[in-house]
Design a protein around this ligand. Structure first.
Ligand SMILES: NC(=O)c1ccc[n+]([C@@H]2O[C@H](COP(=O)([O-])OP(=O)(O)OC[C@H]3O[C@@H](n4cnc5c(N)ncnc54)[C@H](OP(=O)(O)O)[C@@H]3O)[C@@H](O)[C@H]2O)c1
Length: 178
């Protein structure tokens, strides 16, 4: 199973200015195209309850972090609500097998969960040339000045060199876990 983190950040490392601020409103055309491509290989996506509600799509297979259920609960055929304080992610995976690739789509606490539990195999980080000054960070207790060393220290390597994907200077990083 491949666990792939896909995230777009401002050039000072924020995933949003505030909870409810949608990436669609500040990301480039090229990022949106890459996001679709990278997401298409994923049978299931994982996200926090807020991100789920902000981008509601009942046709997509989603595992949604929430404290509102005791352990886990199906919401229709495609959504599984999951409380990580009650059961492990491995138990949720047993429900959806077989799945080859799972995409981790945020927000911060969901990034923390997968990084802290050593579950990520890949990380795709796109950096847009826009500064927020403050906002919601990529991980809790993470200094943006630590990028990209943070990933290297966690055992990732760059799959290809970082590439610029447009004239404005949007940068695309693809890390793989060694
Ligand atoms: N730039 C990007 O790539 C990117 C990616 C994703 C999201 N975003 C943006 O980020 C913002 C949302 O992020 P967010 O961090 O505020 O919210 P979020 O992670 O989407 O959702 C937070 C909610 O998830 C649940 N949750 C998270 N961790 C949990 C845990 N350990 N146990 C139980 N429940 C847990 C809780 O739901 P309950 O309240 O139901 O318990 C919590 O209120 C939005 O503006 C969104 O557009 C940006």
């Amino acid at each position: 199973m491949i666990y792939r983190l896909i995230v777009v950040v401002s050039s000072d490392g924020f995933i949003a200015k505030y909870s409810g601020h949608l990436p669609y409103s500040w990301t480039s055309k090229e990022e949106k195209e890459n996001f679709k491509k990278d997401l298409n290989c994923c049978e299931w996506s994982v996200m926090g309850r807020k991100t789920h509600e902000l981008s509601y799509n009942n046709l997509r297979k989603r595992i949604i972090f929430t404290s509102s259920v005791e352990k886990y609960k199906y919401a229709g055929d495609n959504n599984i609500l999951f409380n990580p304080s009650a059961i492990s992610f491995a138990e949720v995976i047993d429900l959806i097998k077989p799945a080859k690739t799972i995409c981790i789509l945020g927000g911060t606490k969901i990034h923390d969960y997968f990084m802290d539990n050593d579950l990520l195999n890949e990380a795709i980080i796109t950096i847009e040339p826009i500064k927020f000054g403050k906002g919601i960070s990529l991980f809790t207790n993470f200094q943006w000045t630590d990028f990209p060393y943070f990933f290297l220290k966690k055992g990732f390597r760059l799959n290809r060199d970082c590439k610029k994907i447009n004239k404005q200077g949007t940068r695309y990083y693809h890390f793989l876990r060694i």
